[in-house]
Design a protein around this ligand. Structure first.
Ligand SMILES: Nc1nc2c(ncn2[C@@H]2O[C@H](COP(=O)(O)OP(=O)(O)OP(=O)(O)O)[C@@H](O)[C@H]2O)c(=O)[nH]1
Ligand SMILES: [Mg+2]
Length: 240
C-alpha cells in the first residue's frame, strides 16, 4: 500500500545514461540532485528508496559497484544522479584522479545541480574523502544533506548518539550541512529525505517550469533549500 503512494512521487523515473567524463553528461538544463559518498555507503540503495523504485539504480555487496556517473530521468527536465563511490582501495590511481577531475567539474560547474545528498554509513566516522567532498560542495555553494545510512544496523539509542555527534562535528567544522538518520532497509528517514529531494527538484510547483535551468544556482528551489539547512548558522557557509 505504502509502495503505491511512494511510486506516485517518481512515477516516470527511468535510467537515462552512464557517463565516464563530464563532456558526456546530458545537457546542463533543468534540475538535478546527486547522491555522493564512500563506496558501499548505500548511495544506490538510498536513491532507490527515495524514488520508490527498488531496482532503479544497481546495488551490490561488492564495493565500487557504481563506477560511472549514472543519470536517471525523473521527468524530461529533472534528474537524479548516482555518483561513483570513492575510497575504494582497489581503484587504480589513474581512475581515482579521473574521478577527482570529474567531481570537480560536476560540483563546480553543473548549473542544474540543486543539491547533493551525501551518504555515509552510520557505523563509520566521516573519512578524509568525505570531508573533501563536503568542502568541494560547500565551496561551490552547493546545498548538502547528509544521510547517516544503514541506521537499522544500530540500536535506536546508538543511532541517535551518532546523529548528534555528526551534527556537532559538522557544526564545529563550520559546515552548514543538514543531517538525518536513514535506512533503505527499515525505511527510517525515507520520507524526510524524499521531501527534501522533491523540494530541490522543484516538484512542488514553485519553480518556473518553462526554463528552470536558466535560473541556475539562485533559483527558487535553491533558495528554499538553503532555508532547509536547519540547525546550522548561515555564517557557517564558506564564501570562497
Ligand atoms: N542493512 C542495510 N544494508 C544496506 C542499506 N543500504 C544499503 N545496504 C547494503 O549495503 C551494500 C551497498 O549498498 P549500495 O546501495 O550498493 O551502495 P553504494 O554506495 O551504491 O555502493 P557503490 O556503488 O559500490 O559505491 C548492499 O549490500 C546493500 O544491500 C540499509 O539501509 N541497511
Ligand atoms: Mg552504487
Amino acid at each position: 500500500m505504502q509502495k503505491q503512494v511512494i511510486g506516485t512521487f517518481f512515477p516516470e523515473a527511468t535510467f537515462l545514461l552512464s557517463v565516464d567524463t563530464p563532456e558526456q553528461m546530458p545537457p546542463d538544463r533543468g534540475a538535478e540532485v546527486a547522491f555522493a559518498g564512500r563506496s558501499n555507503a548505500g548511495k544506490s540503495s538510498a536513491l532507490n528508496a527515495i524514488s520508490g523504485r527498488r531496482m532503479l539504480a544497481r546495488t551490490s555487496k561488492t564495493p565500487g559497484r557504481t563506477r560511472l556517473i549514472n543519470f536517471f530521468a525523473v521527468d524530461p527536465s529533472r534528474r537524479l544522479v548516482d555518483l561513483p563511490g570513492y575510497g575504494y582501495a582497489k581503484v587504480p590511481a589513474s581512475v581515482r584522479e579521473r574521478w577527482q577531475e570529474s567531481m570537480a567539474v560536476f560540483l563546480g560547474h553543473r548549473r542544474c545541480l540543486r543539491g547533493v545528498v551525501m551518504v555515509a554509513d552510520i557505523r563509520q566516522s566521516l573519512g578524509p574523502l568525505d570531508w573533501q567532498m563536503l568542502t568541494w560542495c560547500l565551496d561551490a555553494r552547493m546545498p548538502v544533506h547528509l544521510l547517516l545510512s544503514k541506521s537499522d544496523k544500530l540500536s535506536h539509542g546508538a543511532a541517535v548518539r551518532a546523529l548528534v555527534a555528526a551534527r556537532r562535528m559538522l557544526e564545529d567544522a563550520g559546515m552548514a550541512v543538514s543531517v538525518q538518520l536513514f535506512s533503505a532497509s527499515s525505511r527510517e528517514g525515507v520520507d524526510e529525505a524524499r521531501a527534501l529531494v522533491l523540494d530541490w527538484l522543484g516538484v512542488d510547483g514553485r519553480e518556473n517550469k518553462k526554463n528552470p535551468g536558466n535560473k541556475g544556482r539562485e533559483s527558487g528551489a535553491y533558495k528554499q533549500s538553503r532555508k532547509n539547512l536547519r540547525d546550522f548558522p548561515r555564517s557557517g557557509r564558506r564564501s570562497g
